[in-house]
Design a protein around this ligand. Structure first.
Ligand SMILES: Nc1nc2c(ncn2[C@@H]2O[C@H](COP(=O)(O)OP(=O)(O)OP(=O)(O)O)[C@@H](O)[C@H]2O)c(=O)[nH]1
Ligand SMILES: [Mg+2]
Length: 301
């Protein structure tokens, strides 16, 4: 059978905080991956689907590539780097700057080793004053890696992303639709709910606490009237962190809970009763057993 539409995989990689998850959410038109202004927000590979008359793109959002300080960090980097060989096209997102640091050079080295076409995506161009400046970023990057395309965009302001889609399709083979056209993701609902709770904790808490947080869903059941009961635990690394997460008179936990509940309700389209608990697991980010329990399975990468 001869296929008339394109289909394939595109991974989004780059340093933490460059806007990978923001861009993916915008491209698929729905918030599936959580985002925050803190680096190392995404911890697992998040798969989503974009379908239009040209065909189907399966996006892989990945954790930011960084110098790992613990087992969780090593896991995150290996999740991201493993996708490089599995896809039809790589989107390397960078900040709009001429400065190319050790982090970018490390990524360029990896990309030079694979044959997959790489599209350099210069994100956050809404923060750039002039068009000429963008040319200097392109010039700075051009020599460190042979790019198939270079596309400046703004994920936040939704600028030039239609051009990016066009370029992605260019590098996909003709093939079957892997998912029906209504599918946006195959992430389990439990996992998205846990991530939304983690996002609210990331956004509402400051400093080092968010990095040591994991969220597990203990229970997720539906009542006959459609209402959903969810019990979840926020895991942190220290007793002092537990105190901060709970807050004075439980105020912080309440804030995290109601912000998360609202978004989970939008997602499942029904009323949600969310109960949160806080647990301490010292140094879980260096324990393979705990990491596995919290959804970061070293063997999965
Ligand atoms: N000004 C501006 N900010 C952006 C843009 N895209 C993303 N951001 C912001 O950059 C921050 C990081 O965005 P994320 O999408 O979480 O970045 P990420 O690359 O997925 O980060 P990790 O998951 O930690 O690797 C957030 O505060 C976003 O709002 C953009 O086009 N312009
Ligand atoms: Mg992310």
């Amino acid at each position: 059978m001869e296929y008339t539409k394109k289909s394939g995989f595109a991974t989004l990689i780059g340093r933490p905080n460059v806007g990978k998850s923001t861009l993916m959410n915008h491209l698929i038109g729905q918030k599936i991956a959580i985002t925050s202004d803190k680096p190392q927000t995404t911890r697992n590979r998040i798969q989503t689907v974009y379908t239009d008359e040209r065909g189907q793109i399966i996006f892989l959002d990945t954790p930011g590539i960084h110098k790992a300080k613990n087992k969780l960090g090593e896991y995150m980097v290996s999740v991201a780097e493993h996708t490089l060989k599995e896809v039809d096209v790589i989107l390397w997102l960078v900040e709009p700057t001429t400065f190319i640091g050790a982090g970018e050079r490390h990524i360029a080295e990896q990309l030079n080793r694979v044959k997959t076409p790489v599209i350099l995506v210069i994100n956050k161009i809404d923060t750039v004053k002039t068009q000429e400046e963008i040319l200097t970023f392109i010039a700075a990057y051009k020599d460190i890696c042979p790019f198939a395309e270079i596309v400046p965009v703004s994920a936040l302001k939704k600028k030039n992303t239609d051009v990016l889609l066009e370029q992605i399709f260019k590098y996909l083979p003709y093939g079957p639709q892997y998912y029906d056209e209504d599918t946006v993701t195959d992430q389990p609902m439990r996992q998205i709910a846990a991530e939304l709770i983690r996002e609210k904790a990331l956004r509402l808490l400051s400093d080092e606490i968010p990095h040591g947080i994991a969220v597990t869903i203990e229970k997720m059941t539906e009542r006959p009237n459609g209402m959903m009961d969810i019990e979840a635990s926020i895991v942190c690394e220290r007793d002092s962190h537990k105190g901060i997460i709970i807050g004075k008179g439980g105020a912080m936990l309440k804030k995290i809970g109601s912000a998360a509940r609202r978004e989970i309700e939008d997602l499942v389209d029904t009323k949600v009763n969310l109960q949160l608990w806080v647990k301490v697991r010292k140094e879980w980010r260096d324990s393979e057993i705990y990491m596995k329990n919290y959804g970061y399975d070293v063997k999965d990468t």
